[in-house]
Design a protein around this ligand. Structure first.
Ligand code: NDP
Length: 447
């Protein structure tokens, strides 16, 4: 990077957010690709635009005490970052996972600003979560935790203020408990305060499927633009949660054969094609481990450890588990085995080195901000339905989602071409997402 202004901002971000590696990783990735835009706009420096963009509007940190089934009290840490509200109320999921730290939430919140802007819908960037681990906890323990979490968070959220949703470890069950507690404390039915709700109480049809379906719609648009398609292709997907499950469903519908999925312990390889109903039963109904799949699928194998999944030969890889799960060695294995496209379903699943290698090797690469924006886009459609006190059919929401993903592809692709980086969707997505937010920030003055 040559731009002195950007170099200075990066150095300042690193100095004042000590040890937050994931946050620096996304700051580097985004700011590097914004260089050609910043070069054309020297006025940004005087306006402190990039300094304001990289500093959250508000970072909320709180204690979450809860009691387990034996009566013992535990203390977790809750977070909510309200990163940028230039184009709408803060919007972004909640992650409950033991690895969650302040820097994790800041990395996710920063990414969310650009992703939300790319959807074309009026939503700002936010994110939250806790280092609580829902795994192995009873329903009653999860409920007590969610109630305690919301007892603090309710002060900061609202349908025109900040609208959380699910993420890793936060699914329909947790969203239900969080919404119930919000309603109880405020004494009002403010349906649009959280998204990912159950269908009987204000949820949107197709929200559950949206991120996974959206990744495939985006990938399909990218493939078609390059004279390719999903038809007859072999696909490897990591994870077996919400995003992975519905990416598997849609890729299969589009004519591909998905041969592998994983969880945080290991991966399954089924050369016959994954039986997704069996996965749903294991992961969603029984909340069990993915290795149980092989008991009823004799051609399938299970291997301990996650990273080996990228050594399975495939045409298209879709990482849908977590950040930095696909490193340089994984990228090399994919290229060596003839993979020609990688689409990020999870947030920042590929390390910056892996992305650089995949792009230099000529693969089609769909970055998370663009490719997985279908979840938050459909959350915004859930907010619209809540405001209208009306609901659309599954087909209506799905058609809107498909249109949004195709538009994101077009916008990212043309922004890349406009700034002399045709085909580089990483740069294109960052630039397209940034421009709208930057112009709104400038119009609103120094706030
Ligand atoms: P889920 O909790 O439903 O599933 C997460 C999956 O990833 C599980 O299979 C989990 O395994 C695995 N996993 C989690 N942590 C690790 C780890 N450290 N190493 C290896 N595997 C891991 O989450 P989602 O499917 O909702 O989210 C997956 C990714 O997609 C995240 O990056 C999230 O931020 C992103 N995303 C999600 C959206 C949504 O709408 N849900 C929207 C946009 C992005 P195990 O079962 O063992 O825990």
């Amino acid at each position: 990077m040559k731009n002195e202004y950007l170099k200075r901002v990066i150095a300042e971000v690193e100095a004042r957010n000590e040890g937050e590696k994931e946050f620096f990783q996304t700051i580097h990735e985004v700011l590097e690709s914004l260089e050609p835009v910043v070069e054309q706009h020297p006025e940004y420096e005087k306006l402190g635009l990039i300094e304001r963009l990289t500093e959250p509007e508000r970072m909320i940190k709180f204690r979450v005490p809860w009691t387990d089934d034996e009566g013992k009290v535990h203390v977790n840490r809750g977070f909510r970052v309200q990163f940028n509200s230039a184009i709408g109320p803060y919007k972004g999921g909640l992650r409950f996972h033991p690895s969650v730290k302040e820097g994790t939430i800041k990395f996710l919140g920063f990414e969310q600003i650009f992703k939300n802007s790319l959807t074309g819908l009026p939503i700002g960037g936010g994110k939250g979560g806790s280092d609580f681990d829902p795994k192995g906890k009873s329903d009653a323990e999860v409920m007590r935790f969610c109630q305690s979490y919301m007892t603090e968070l309710y002060k900061y959220v609202g349908q025109d203020v900040d609208v959380p949703a699910g993420d890793i470890g936060v699914g329909a069950r947790e969203v239900g408990y969080l919404f119930g507690q919000f309603k109880r404390i405020t004494g009002a039915y403010e349906g649009g305060v959280i998204t990912g709700k159950g269908i009987p109480y204000g949820g949107s049809l197709a929200r559950t499927e949206a991120t996974g379906f959206g990744v495939c719609y985006f990938t399909d648009a990218m493939l078609r633009d390059n004279g390719k398609s999903f038809e007859g292709k072999t696909v490897v997907i990591s994870g077996s949660g919400n995003v992975a499950t519905y990416a598997c469903v849609k890729a299969t519908e589009l004519g591909a054969k998905v041969v592998a999925l994983s969880d945080s312990n290991g991966y399954i390889h089924d050369p016959e094609g994954i039986d997704i109903e069996a996965i749903k039963e294991i992961k969603q109904v029984r909340r069990a481990r993915i290795k149980e799949y092989i008991a009823d699928h004799p051609k399938a194998t299970y291997t301990e450890g996650c990273r080996g999944i990228w050594t399975i030969p495939c045409d298209i890889a879709i990482p849908c588990a977590t950040q930095n799960e696909l490193d340089l060695d994984s990228a090399k294995a994919l290229v060596a085995n003839g993979c020609f496209a990688v689409s990020e379903g999870a947030n920042m699943p590929c390390t910056n080195e892996a992305v650089a290698y995949l792009q230099a090797s000529g693969l089609l690469f769909a970055p998370a901000k663009a490719a997985n924006a279908g979840g938050v886009a459909t959350s915004a459609l859930e907010m619209s339905q809540n405001s209208m006190r009306y609901s659309w059919s599954f087909e209506e929401v799905d058609a809107k989602l498909k249109g949004i993903m195709e538009n994101i592809y077009k916008n990212a692709s043309s922004a890349a071409a406009e700034y002399g980086m045709a085909g580089n969707l990483v740069a294109g997505a960052n630039i397209a997402g940034f421009l709208k937010v930057a112009n709104a920030m400038i119009a609103q003055g120094i706030v």
